[in-house]
Design a protein around this ligand. Sequence first.
Ligand SMILES: CC(C)(COP(=O)(O)OP(=O)(O)OC[C@H]1O[C@@H](n2cnc3c(N)ncnc32)[C@H](O)[C@@H]1OP(=O)(O)O)[C@@H](O)C(=O)NCCC(=O)NCCS
Length: 184
Amino acid sequence: MSEERGFAPARAEPDGDREEVRMRGIGEGSAEIRLMRPGEEVACKAILRALPEWFGIEESLVGYVRALATLETWVAERGGAIVGFLAVKQHSPWAAEIEVMAVTPALRGRGHGRQLVECAERALRGRSVEFLQVKTLSPSRADAHYEQTRGFYERLGFRALEETNVWGEGNPCLVMVKYLPSPA
Ligand SMILES: CC(C)(COP(=O)(O)OP(=O)(O)OC[C@H]1O[C@@H](n2cnc3c(N)ncnc32)[C@H](O)[C@@H]1OP(=O)(O)O)[C@@H](O)C(=O)NCCC(=O)NCCS
């Protein structure tokens, strides 16, 4: 997640929410991961709209959607529908950033987020990018939903690098980073 988009207010975490995120089984199946085509921003916007706990500020949401066409955006397609997406910005020959990603709520916890990150990583490693960062809400501002987000990134190998105030004092930003080894 990237700068100045703001955050929705924290809400209480429903019982068992983390277990739901980890759930696998019903409807198991992988999605096809491919680059976004023109016009598919609409489907990505619908996914963000369905996640108000993360993307509840309309102005931020619109900013994300507007940026998608200018970024390297991957989508997860399943049964003919876009069920997730991930947008990457490359900052230098060695460093890139996940600007935003999301999976449709009904299909969270089924591996599509991992598929998207792994696909982006493969593409980045293929052109010798070594560091992938992501900015998210720091744990110093308690938020049960972003705690799940950090858990996901940690599971995929991202590590907390530092907290910054690039989003202002009310939204402490945690920079997480992952080293991408060159392909053998
Ligand atoms: C974060 C998000 C993109 C992850 O996608 P997902 O499809 O739900 O995640 P996956 O099922 O691929 O999970 C991948 C791994 O992370 C693990 N994981 C997910 N959430 C976790 C958590 N809170 N704590 C620990 N591990 C977690 C899963 O168990 C899984 O592990 P495994 O592959 O080793 O079995 C998705 O849940 C989402 O859209 N969340 C809301 C919006 C958001 O946070 N976006 C990112 C900020 S821009």
